[in-house]
Design a protein around this ligand. Sequence first.
Ligand SMILES: Cc1ncc(COP(=O)(O)O)c(C=O)c1O
Length: 400
Amino acid sequence: MAFLADALSRVKPSATIAVSQKARELKTQGRDVIGLGAGEPDFDTPDNVKNAAIDAINRGETKYTPVSGIQPLREAIAAKFKRENNLDYDWKQTIVATGGKQILFNAMMATLNPGDEVVIPSPYWVSYPEMVSICGGTPVFAETSIDNGFKLTPDALEKAITPKTKWLIMNSPSNPSGAAYTEAELKALADVLMAHPHVWVLTDDMYEHLTYGDFKFFTIAEVEPKLYDRTLTMNGVSKAYAMTGWRIGYAAGPIELIKAMDMIQGQQTSGACSIAQWAAVEALNGPQDFITKNKAIFQGRRDLVVSMLNQAKGINCPVPEGAFYVYPSCAELIGKTAPSGKVIETDEDFVSELLEVEGVAVVHGSAFGLGPNFRISYATSEELLEEACNRIQRFTASLK
Ligand SMILES: Cc1ncc(COP(=O)(O)O)c(C=O)c1O
C-alpha cells in the first residue's frame, strides 16, 4: 500500500512475539501448551523497588523529567558502571530511555546514514538487524558456530569490517545463545578493533547479572580502555531486576553521542516514565541480594534443561555461560519424518511440528540468523521445564 513508508518493507515482524502469540491462541482453544518463547524473568519485581515507585507517586514525582533522565538515576548509573564494571563515566555521559530497546534505537537513529554498515554476530537478538534497517543502515552478519560456542572470532570480525562499517554490536551474555565472552576473548576482539579506528562498539550487557558457575563477566571498554572513546555501554533493569514492564534501559558513552541520542529522544518520547525512573534508582542503589538468589534458581534450571535436552535423540545442546536461554542444534533431525507424515526440512518445520504435536512453543534458530537450531527460554518453573523436555524427548524419538 503506497500510504505506508518504504522503511516498513525492510522490517520483519518479531518471530519471538509471533511464537508467544501462537501459543496463546492454542491455549485459548483449550490446548495444553507450554510456552518457552518469552524472554522475561518469571519472578516479580522486588518489593523495595515497587515501594520506591509508590513513594515517588505519593511525593508527586509525576511530571516530565529531563529528557536524558533524572539526575539521581543518572548518578546511580554512573556509580553502577564504576562499582561493577570499573568504568569511569560522569553522570552527564549517561542516558536513560524507555527500555534498552530505545537506547539501541536512539543510538542507531543518531548515527546511521544510508549505506552505513553495522556488524552483527549471528545468532543475534531479532531486533538488531531490524532497527539498523529502519534507521537506513545495512546489517552485516558475522556468523559464529556451535563449535566455538556461538562466539564471534577475531578472524570473522576482521572479515566483516569494511570502510563503511560504523558499529559492531556485541551482546554478552547473548540472546539467543546464552554465550558470554571471557576477558581474553573480548581482548582478542578489541585487538582487531584497534586496527579499525572508524568502528564503534555498542555493547548490549542486558544479561550481565545472569552468568553461572565461576564465569566472570567483563565488558569491552573495561577490557580495552583504549576503546572507551568509541564504545556505548548499554544495560537495563529489565532482566536483572525482573522489571520488563517498567521500561527502563540506560547507557553511557562519549558525551557527543549521548547528546545526539538526547536530541532524538527529546523529539520522540521526551524521556522515560518518571515513576519507573525512581524505581530504577532503588534497583541500582538498593540491596542486590535479589540478583544472587535468582541467579542460583536460573542456574539450576539451565542445568536441568541442558541435561534433559542432551538425552533427547538427535539434539545437541551446548552449556551456555549465561542469560536464560539455551540454543540446541537439531541438525541431526533435518530430513526425518514425523508420525503425521510431515518431513522436517528446516528448524522452522521442527518447531511448528513440536508445537502442533506436543504443545511446546520454542523459537526456530533461523529467526535469529543461525540454524538449524531452536531457542528455549528457561525463565519458567522447573516443573514446566521438566514436562516440556519430556515432551521434546518423546517428539524427537518419534521422528523416523
Ligand atoms: C539482548 C537484548 N537486548 C535488549 C533487550 C531489551 O530490553 P528492554 O527493552 O526490556 O530493556 C532485550 C530484551 O529481550 C534483549 O534480549
